[in-house]
Ligand binder design. Structure first.
Ligand SMILES: *[C@@H]1O[C@H](CO)[C@@H](O)[C@H](O)[C@H]1NC(C)=O
Ligand SMILES: *[C@@H]1O[C@H](CO)[C@@H](O)[C@H](O)[C@H]1NC(C)=O
Length: 397
């Protein structure tokens, strides 16, 4: 009984005084994850520490940071904390991505004891991307969303808020663009470290001008005016030049050139104030932009007025002209427009021939001569009948 009690007493005593037990470094390798900018604490614990022993911290590239509580580096972000006896914690303030690596805490026993601490500095995603891209239709579209971050971020793409599931890398490529590829693209980068990052890239699809003249053929009389219109759809906006046959036209007293834009298309018009014989012919609306050019033409042809009735001799006649416009209601089945009859209340001897022009709502023009009563079917409720009168006063002696 007495012997047992003695042994127990001896064991307790050595625990309290640390007696002659060897110093021991807790050496389980650890991993520490710290977000960029905050402080990292790397812990090293020694039990049974002895006065003559040294605890040293080393950087990942092998430089001494500290010996016991003394700092040997010029990096002022590093310090040793001793929250408890036997604990040497290395604190690194404001960690940066390049601080990542394997730190070593070494106790100089024989052999030395080592604790490895892996510091992983986590960096939220950052994106560098262009904010606007223009590409020609049919060309290759290459969008970059270059990301940095630790761990490597995952990238997701959206177009007009719809996920593009097939695109998961830093680039989003469309081999041959179409008009549908225009839009607002967004890439989102995430790696579990907040905040995540997004970038917006607006994509514009460029295409050459598409030119459409509203009317292919316009008939008009000499000395009258006419207006030719075309619409141009282009991106970027096109420069338009009007040509009469091969001659480019400028704004003058004779030509009025106008344009206005609406809903992505531009309407261009050319008004010719007084048509002379040489003004008849082909008018071309030619549009050009960085992607190419396009054109469309309208023919302006001369309408004839016949002024020589067979029963009279021109030598004894005087010709006069007058114009009137009437609105005639017609139904979709109207096959003919009533032929206007002309008579003079003052002189029944006046014989007249006349020419008429029918203008439908779509601006098509139909010309005719008197007494050709049947005209084509009109599909609009109203036709405008313009009567150009040429009457000949004959002196029947
Ligand atoms: C993204 O990276 C690629 C390939 O390294 C490079 O060609 C491109 O210019 C970069 N784009 C941006 C916006 O940084
Ligand atoms: C050009 O415009 C016309 C009329 O707006 C359209 O029918 C045609 O498809 C367009 N052509 C092209 C190549 O876009």
């Amino acid at each position: 009984m007495h012997w047992n009690a003695f042994v127990a007493y001896f064991a307790i005593a050595s625990c309290v005084t640390h007696g002659n037990l060897e110093p021991f470094l807790e050496s389980t390798e650890t991993h520490i994850r710290t977000k960029e900018g905050s402080s990292a604490i790397l812990t090293c614990i020694v039990t049974n520490m002895q006065q003559n022993r040294r605890v040293k911290w080393y950087t990942p590239d092998g430089n001494t940071i500290s010996i016991n509580d003394k700092i040997y580096t010029s990096d002022r972000r590093m310090s040793i904390l001793q929250p408890l006896p036997g604990t040497w914690s290395l604190r690194i303030q404001g960690v940066r991505q390049r601080d990542s690596g394997l730190y070593r805490c070494i106790l100089d026993t024989e052999p030395v004891q080592t604790k490895n601490v892996n510091l992983h500095v986590q960096v939220p995603p950052r994106i560098s991307a262009s904010d606007h891209t223009s590409v020609g239709v049919g060309k290759r579209l290459e969008l970059w969303c270059n990301v940095t971050g630790e761990p490597t971020p995952e990238v997701r793409w959206f177009k007009d808020n719809t996920p593009l599931l097939e695109h998961t890398s830093e680039h989003c490529i469309v081999e041959s663009t179409s008009m549908r590829d225009k839009g607002a693209y967004e890439c989102v980068a995430e790696n579990g470290v907040t905040p995540s990052a997004t970038a917006n890239i607006n994509v514009d699809i460029l295409f050459p001008p598409n030119v459409t003249c509203l009317i292919e053929r316009i008939g008009q009389f000499v000395n009258r005016q006419t207006k030719i219109e075309c619409k141009v759809v282009a991106n970027p906006e096109a420069t338009v030049t009007w040509y009469h046959d091969a001659t480019p036209l400028k704004q003058t007293w004779k030509y009025r050139i106008e344009s206005f834009s609406e809903d992505g298309e531009t309407r261009h018009s050319l008004s010719i104030t007084t048509l002379e014989r040489f003004d008849f012919g082909k008018y071309i609306c030619f549009a050009t932009n960085s992607e190419g050019s396009g054109s469309s033409a309208t023919h302006v042809y001369e309408m004839q007025t016949r002024s020589t009735p067979s029963s009279t001799t021109s030598s004894s006649s005087t010709a006069s002209t007058a114009t009137s416009t009437f609105l005639i209601e017609s139904t979709p089945t109207t096959k003919s427009v009533p032929t206007p009859s002309i008579h003079s209340s003052s002189n029944p001897q006046i014989s007249a021939t006349y020419t008429y022009v029918i203008t439908t709502h779509s601006s098509e023009q139909v010309a005719g001569q008197s007494n050709s009563a049947s005209i084509t079917i009109y599909r609009c409720p109203y036709v405008i009948l313009t009567v150009a009168l040429i009457w000949i006063e004959s002196n029947h002696a």
